[in-house]
Unconditional design. Structure first.
Length: 350
């Protein structure tokens, strides 16, 4: 778990009571997560997750919290943040709202910006089958479409500018071969980002971290029933970016043979067919999918190197293994057309 900031029971109790959730019964630090401080908070009216934001500022947070509210309102299985009844939601077009305007979904706990969201039911599936991947693919495409009328814009803060800025910080910690790979891939991704095909990619609000551990599946069905996705959480790496990057992040995590980093064709196929059942990829997206799979691997290789070599103080923080995404990146760069075998059946089904 990551608890960077200890929360006193009394302070959490005061918050949930002010938000109209009744008295706090239990407050428990959560195992898992590397970015923020998370607690399960059980109150008289239900179960919630209290998150204290350790890096994101009060000016950046309304983008994520309002996005969650927007997607939940559109019927997506996303936890809705609890609003403070004493703070009036801002009026007018979102783009005209100053970043410092009070946000009814953003609170303050232990001197940190904080949010209280519904606790999702279910559990994460860390060994997904093709059926789980199909649920994921369809939900991802529905999220992309539901985000089209989301009015706020905020760049993916872990996008290309952050990779360019952070690579020099981690390069002193890697060996020569890793350094060569990192620098060559960064140059390639800067080149891709300048292309007209990249500029033509559809974009909007994307989750950008929809890994297996950020998605829940129902546990109440019978063992033979098809899996049912019950929730997506942890939107705090979201941002305005290409839909294809979001899809590539998912393919790299859900449809992979973990030891080798290779695509698992059956799971990749299921994910893509289900995605395209809701929203078809256009020609630019098909052409750039191999490049975005590399981009998604690079993004998490850099962030894992950064978290690993420059860790922050926290109780129960377990940094992720950076070598996994180094392996995935080498695999995607060496076999850029491996995904073509997966795209063929998708094309046939379309
Ligand atoms: N809305 C939620 N419903 C249920 N569990 C949640 C919810 N949000 C977070 N969690 C739990 O908290 C853990 C850590 O949350 P996460 O958002 O991944 O942390 P971090 O932002 O630090 O990466 C998750 O693995 C999950 O068990
Ligand atoms: N999914 C990322 C790290 C972000 O951690 P999360 O717990 O917020 O999903 C990775 O695997 O590197």
């Amino acid at each position: 778990m990551a608890v960077f900031t200890e929360v006193q029971f009394g302070e959490a109790d005061a918050l949930v009571q002010r938000l109209g959730m009744g008295a706090l019964r239990e407050l428990r630090g959560i195992e898992g997560g590397i970015e923020n401080t998370n607690y399960f908070a059980t109150t008289e009216s239900g179960e919630f997750v209290l998150t204290l934001f350790e890096r994101l500022s009060a000016e950046q947070l309304p983008y994520y919290l309002c996005l969650m509210k927007h997607l939940a309102g559109a019927g997506l299985p996303v936890p809705a943040p609890v609003a403070d009844p004493a703070v009036a939601p801002p009026t007018g077009h979102a783009l005209s709202i100053p970043a410092q305007a009070p946000c009814e979904l953003l609170h303050s706990v232990a001197g940190k910006p904080a949010a209280l969201v519904q606790k999702l039911s279910g559990r994460s599936e860390l060994a997904p089958t093709a059926a789980h991947c199909a649920e994921l693919g369809a939900t991802l495409a529905r999220m992309h479409l539901a985000g089209r009328d989301y009015p706020r814009i905020q760049p993916n803060l872990r996008g290309l500018p952050w990779w360019n800025e952070t690579a020099p910080v981690v390069l002193p910690y890697v060996d020569e071969a890793q350094s060569a790979l990192l620098r060559a891939e960064l140059a390639y991704q800067n080149h891709v980002a300048e292309s007209s095909a990249y500029a033509a990619l559809p974009r909007g609000p994307v989750h950008a971290d929809m890994f297996r551990d950020n998605v829940m599946f129902a546990t109440d069905g019978d063992a033979d029933a098809p899996p049912r996705l019950t929730g997506v959480f942890d939107f705090y790496f979201a941002g305005t970016d290409t839909w294809l990057f979001d899809l590539a992040v998912c393919l790299n995590d859900w449809a992979i043979d973990l030891p080798s980093g290779r695509h698992d064709a059956a799971r990749a196929d299921a994910l893509l067919v289900a995605y395209e059942g809701v929203r078809a990829l256009n020609a630019s997206e098909r052409a750039l999918l191999p490049a975005m799979l590399r981009a998604a691997a690079l993004r998490f290789w850099i962030s894992r190197l950064w978290d690993f070599h420059l860790p922050r103080e926290a109780s129960m923080l377990k940094p992720h293994d950076p070598t996994h995404f180094e392996r995935v990146l080498r695999e995607r760069a060496t076999h850029p057309h491996a995904i073509a075998h997966v795209l063929e059946p998708v094309m046939a089904a379309a």
